[in-house]
Design a binder for this molecule. Structure first.
Ligand code: CA
Length: 236
């Protein structure tokens, strides 16, 4: 690790934010602070922190809204989030709904517990970022690390939503995914779209994939699946 890992603290109780920042600095991290949701969102995109500590009750945007928006934006979607909850109802909301938090911690918390959680989440995120094998179906190759899609070694430029749709279908390995599944997985919570939006994205995706677009199969009345060409399955 050449430089300190950046941690963005989004917390409107400034005394608490300050205290946490001091402890993080002492532990060798580079803390940054935002005191409302909107500023937190902007700073996350700007400074690309290694982790965001996100309070749930915030002015401007709630922590849940911030988490959802961070997840939807490809520039911030991989940043781990630990949410700070103050009440049981908030905890339920964070855990029940897929707000996109990697972990949560209930106030009041001890700073040593917070540091331990941060370390765990960062370690897990580091492991996730290790280069992974490309996903291959027929002539389509998806490189998850670099967000690239190749067809017979030629790069196909996809929008982030098209990329996520294709990845979901390929990871599905031939199972049928409903439009609702695809909306949840590829578009994420908090963004209002209709099932028809999925059809529009799939149409665009098929066109961009050219001949390989034929692998995206419409399952009438249900959704979509990817056809698994038998020949590539023997590849050990
Ligand atoms: Ca608060």
């Amino acid at each position: 690790m050449t430089s300190a890992q950046k941690i963005l603290i989004v917390e409107d109780e400034q005394d608490l934010a300050e205290l946490v920042a001091m402890q993080l600095e002492r532990a060798g991290y580079a803390p940054h602070q935002a005191h409302d949701g909107r500023t937190g969102l902007r700073m996350a995109a700007e400074i690309q922190p290694d982790l965001v500590l996100l309070d749930v009750m915030l002015p401007e945007l709630t922590g849940i809204e911030v988490a959802q928006r961070l997840r939807v934006d490809p520039a911030t979607s991989d940043i781990p989030i630990i949410m700070l909850t103050a009440r049981a109802a908030e905890t339920d909301e964070v855990t029940g709904l897929s707000a996109g938090a990697d972990d949560y911690i209930t106030k009041p918390f001890s700073l040593s517990v917070l540091l331990a959680r941060i370390e765990t989440v960062l370690r897990r995120a580091g492991a996730d970022h290790a280069p992974s094998e490309p996903l291959i179906v027929g002539s389509i190759e998806i490189q998850a690390d670099t967000h690239r899609v190749l067809i017979e070694s030629n790069e196909v430029l996809l929008t982030p939503t098209e990329f996520r749709l294709l990845t979901c279908l390929v990871e599905g390995r031939g199972t049928v995914l409903s439009r609702q599944d695809l909306m949840r997985k590829a578009i994420g919570p908090g963004v209002r779209v209709t099932p028809r939006t999925i059809d529009v994205h799939i149409t665009a995706l098929r066109r961009k994939l050219g001949d390989a677009g034929g692998l995206l199969e419409t399952v009438r009345g249900i959704g979509y699946r990817i056809e698994q060409p038998a020949a590539t399955e023997t590849n050990d």
